[in-house]
Design a binder for this molecule. Structure first.
Ligand SMILES: Nc1ncnc2c1ncn2[C@@H]1O[C@H](COP(=O)(O)OP(=O)(O)OP(=O)(O)O)[C@@H](O)[C@H]1O
Ligand SMILES: [Mg+2]
Length: 253
């Protein structure tokens, strides 16, 4: 259960201010949807949360502690596309996270350690409905299956914070709503805090417990580089019906 607080965060590239004065707190087990026009700094903000880059000013704290300057395994990420390795099977794609974590310098596991890791990877594949596709390569999986694989690959490292950058943007509407409910179930079960960037407002409000919009306050051409985007809109949203179902089922147990 992880709280995140963002204090007076600024991000500048050279003379260009991308983000300015970003302040917010999210309680543990939030699902935050981030929206805003193209180029307003949503992916940049996710990179700051991952510590792939460091803010020019201000601070992000996780459970009260400032983020370390380099990426840590407690934060996982899923991008819109291409986050799985094409030359590895579905099972190997999930396993590789554990091999890097437990396999030392060689990044390889052997004997019982390998069998245990394979069993664990299979559980994650089952969790995203891909047990039957364990031996397939990504090129023979549909877009929705590849995204579910990318989600399993991120989750096996048990991140406390999961970052999603337009993860469902390329999926057909029918498949997308299935993956939405899968994502809500995984979020509910793991108690992770999720930050998801999306361009789809319906998706933002359906999945998010909170919807935050970044936008520039000043938009005149000559002002574009001198002012960054900041929070233009921030609101809790109603839980998705699927979350109410999950909560009711849990209460009945
Ligand atoms: N490494 C970098 N060096 C210089 N400028 C950068 C860098 N990364 C991003 N930018 C600039 O920061 C701004 C925000 O980019 P970012 O990718 O965060 O936007 P975004 O909100 O994710 O957009 P989109 O919705 O199109 O994905 C853009 O003007 C971009 O050119
Ligand atoms: Mg982006």
């Amino acid at each position: 259960m992880t709280e995140v607080s963002v204090r007076n965060l600024w991000m500048e590239y050279g003379d260009q201010i991308v983000l300015e004065r970003i302040n917010f707190d999210v309680p543990a087990h939030s699902f935050v949807s981030l929206v805003g026009p193209s180029g307003c700094g949503k992916s940049t903000f996710l990179r700051l949360l991952l510590s792939q880059e460091n803010a020019t000013r201000g601070q992000i704290c996780v459970d009260g502690e400032p983020l370390l300057p380099n990426p840590e395994p407690d934060r996982g990420v899923v991008f819109q596309k291409y986050s799985v390795f094409p030359h590895l099977t579905a099972l190997e794609n999930v396993l590789i996270g554990l091999e890097f974590e437990r396999g030392g310098f060689s990044g390889r596991l052997h004997g019982r350690a390998k069998r245990n890791a394979q069993a664990e990877a299979m559980q994650y594949l089952e969790g995203v409905g891909l047990a039957d596709a364990a031996q397939k390569y990504p090129s023979s999986l549909s877009g929705g299956m590849q995204q579910r694989l990318a989600i399993a690959q991120a989750l096996i490292k048990k991140p406390r914070i999961l970052l999603l950058d337009e993860p469902f943007g390329a999926l057909d509407p029918g498949i997308r709503s299935e993956v939405h409910d899968l994502m809500l179930r995984l979020w509910w079960e793991t108690k992770m805090t999720v930050f998801m960037v999306t361009h789809d407002l319906r998706e933002a409000f359906y999945l998010g417990t909170r919807v935050i919009a970044f936008d520039r306050v000043r938009k005149r051409e000559e002002e574009l580089e001198r002012y960054g985007a900041t929070i233009a809109f921030d609101t809790p949203s109603d839980p998705a019906p699927f979350v109410t179902e999950l909560a009711t089922a849990e209460a009945a147990e």
